[in-house]
Design a protein around this ligand. Structure first.
Ligand SMILES: Cc1ncc(COP(=O)(O)O)c(C=O)c1O
Length: 387
């Protein structure tokens, strides 16, 4: 999974360049002393070119990217936003921070948003839909987009866990109206912390860039501070240092994805055909980012046994079943009690299908650097757990 496995000279050199040439860490202004170094702008251009979309605005976290996309689309109090019950808390935090009401769909065997449940949850108040490409794999964007278009609701893709993942020829994050990425320290590519919101719509891009910088309109004809403001915003700015690291990591992204896909395939080849294992249903398996192997078992008892056995053997499992607390809405009474959609409801009884799928699954982390011995150890561990 993590780009931090590859942090090295390239990242160090990119950061040093900033200090060797002016030391300006702020993305705007300081035109003289910065000696034409604009790392954040460069990172936005390089990342959007990589994705194949026209506009990107870098922010300081993936959470800020989702919040900024919601602001650009004008989502606020009184609106409902549908996302899925299996995601990182951040997606729902961003919706609540926007003052909107989160409505959470079940997942299906893809471990991403169930398009049928999405359709059932749409009301006249639904202002946006946020499918999340969990664990490196794309959601069923054809069916989700069809539902959203039928109801004329914009789609924001939360692609924080899936930079470079491909869905039917397109990079995730570029299929809906807006896409969000995270570059936090455990993501496929990292800036330490960081995020980006991308779109092909210039006016949404402008609104996002304004919102993430206190409402500044960034008019190049006037000095910063002399520009007018149209909307109120916040400070979600990315620093030059984050962007320098991001540029170095982006240059490694395709290599990261190739390694992950290869490592995952080697492990799958070693365990396929074993009784009782099935694999996550992927709408585009060739485009999967490959950072996680999800195995599904006939029941949660067996999944628990396999998970425990792997952990005991030192195999790193990821999110399932060990970190459901941060990734499954059934565990989020601390936040959802404040929403009009879930206050007073028994969360243990919400999303029964998703709970069953998640508890019956075990996710193994696929690293970039994995030796043949590492992979053999995982294969042996899975075989042993099932024996
Ligand atoms: C699906 C998803 N959305 C949003 C975020 C938030 O990203 P960040 O940690 O950069 O704020 C994360 C981070 O784990 C995530 O996994």
């Amino acid at each position: 999974m993590p780009g931090f496995e590859l942090i090295g000279k390239e990242e160090r050199d990119a950061v040093s360049e900033i200090f060797d040439r002016g030391g300006i860490m702020f993305r705007y202004g300081f035109d003289g002393p910065r000696q034409n170094i604009f790392k954040v702008t460069e990172f936005e251009a390089a990342f959007t070119k990589y994705l194949g979309c026209s506009h990107g605005h870098a922010v300081n976290t993936g959470t800020a990217a989702v919040r900024t996309a919601l602001a650009a689309l004008g989502v606020g109090p009184g609106d409902e936003v549908i996302t899925q019950c299996f995601t990182f808390v951040a997606t729902v935090e961003a919706i609540m921070e926007a003052g909107a009401t989160p409505v959470l769909a079940e997942i299906d065997a893809s471990l991403n948003m169930d398009p049928q449940d999405l359709e059932k949850l749409i009301t006249p108040r639904t202002k946006a839909v946020i499918p999340v490409h969990m664990l490196g794999a794309a959601a069923d964007m054809d069916r989700i987009t069809q539902v959203a278009e039928r109801h004329q609701i914009p789609v924001i893709e939360d692609s924080c866990q899936a930079p470079g993942t491909i869905y039917k020829g397109k990079k995730t994050g570029t299929i809906g109206k807006m896409g969000c990425f995270s570059f936090d320290f455990v993501k496929t590519m990292t800036c330490g912390e960081g995020g980006m919101v991308v779109t092909n719509d210039e006016s949404l891009y402008r609104r996002a860039a304004e919102f993430a910088d206190h409402g500044h309109v960034h008019d190049p004809k006037v000095p910063r501070g002399a520009d007018p403001h149209l909307i109120s915003g916040f400070n979600y700015r990315m620093t030059e240092i984050q962007a320098a690291v991001g540029l170095a990591q982006l240059a490694k992204l395709d290599g990261i994805l190739t390694a992950q896909r290869r490592n995952k395939k080697d492990i799958v080849d070693g365990i396929k055909g074993l009784p009782d294992i099935s694999f996550r249903a992927l709408p585009d398996s060739a485009g999967d980012g490959g950072d996680t192997l999800v195995m599904t078992f006939p029941n949660k008892e067996l999944a628990f046994k396999v998970g425990q056995s792997l952990i005991k053997d030192g195999v790193v499992t990821k999110i399932l079943p060990d970190a459901m607390g941060w990734h499954f809405a059934g565990e989020w009474a601390h936040m959802l009690a404040r929403t009009s959609s879930y206050a007073g409801r028994d969360l243990a009884a919400c999303w029964p299908k998703s709970r069953e799928i998640l508890l019956s699954s075990v996710a193994v982390m696929i690293k970039i650097k994995m030796s043949d011995e590492d992979k053999a150890k995982i294969i042996a561990g899975i075989k042993k757990a099932l024996s």
